[in-house]
Design a protein around this ligand. Sequence first.
Ligand code: ADP
Ligand code: MG
Length: 298
Amino acid sequence: ATPTAVMVGTGVGASLGVLIKGGQALEGAHKVNCIVFDKTGTLTVGKPVVVNTRLLKNMVLQEFYELVAATEVNSEHPLAKAIIEYAKKFREDEENPAWPEARDFVSITGHGVKAIVRNKEVIVGNKSLMLENNIVIPVDAQDMLTETESMAQTGILVSIDGEITGVLAIFDPVKPGAQEVISILKSMNVRSIMVTGDNWGTASSIASQIGIETAVAEAKPEQKAEKVKELQAEGYAVAMVGDGINDSPALVAADVGMAIGAGTDIAIEAADIVLMKSNLEDVITAIHLSRKTFSRIR
Ligand code: ADP
Ligand code: MG
């Protein structure tokens, strides 16, 4: 393509809300035959809500949520935000909820959070976090997790003083149109894969819901990047689409990194292309633009 064609291509992209950071980024996109999608905030809306609580011990729900919220209020994670929003309902002053004081707060990336609240040890997170803390997961908690995951929701365990006290079900719906984007990509001979830090059950429910055949769950940021490299080693030209800090190593590793405009600054910086309107369809727009610029005029 001539420099003029590249300028036209990036210009058209900009007018459509697809920010292409230079000629190389535009060129890379026409070769892409495999796309790795992050789940949370990329394929899903990214605004999770608590939809169910199951208490396994004799504790008042309000007290339970005070302990959980006091622990989560220190976390930046979208799941923490969902939990706080929900916990507010149990407070008298919803606008100004004063949570009990938490000390010794620890955030375990990709697993959950821990703190001491009212002299109780509160642990909120996934199964592996509980196992690492030698907390036994009773059958009813496991049943609730399985049920939650089969409905494409995320189950979060709460341990208080070493015992599983409750299970929360959190729902983050798939973006409207996600399924169609995957099916159009398939028709363009582009393979789609999903990577997520979420558990395997929820991951496979979401993947099958939108027609993605391969999913990698419980993936740390480096493992998301590893997956990209693995696909490149298999000969694929790989694009990564993500929104989070935890996607940035994979965005950098990919032949083309695409960030969701509503995502974190770090992801936007790491990407070659930014989808300013945060529309998944614009993944296709970017590929089309690149194919037009680089495949037709030679
Ligand atoms: P994602 O790729 O879905 O953003 P993360 O790697 O951030 O996932 O987190 C993976 C899992 O760790 C979550 O699905 C959840 O089970 C658990 N987790 C992480 N942070 C928290 C938190 N603040 N509270 C509860 N659970 C958490
Ligand atoms: Mg995400």
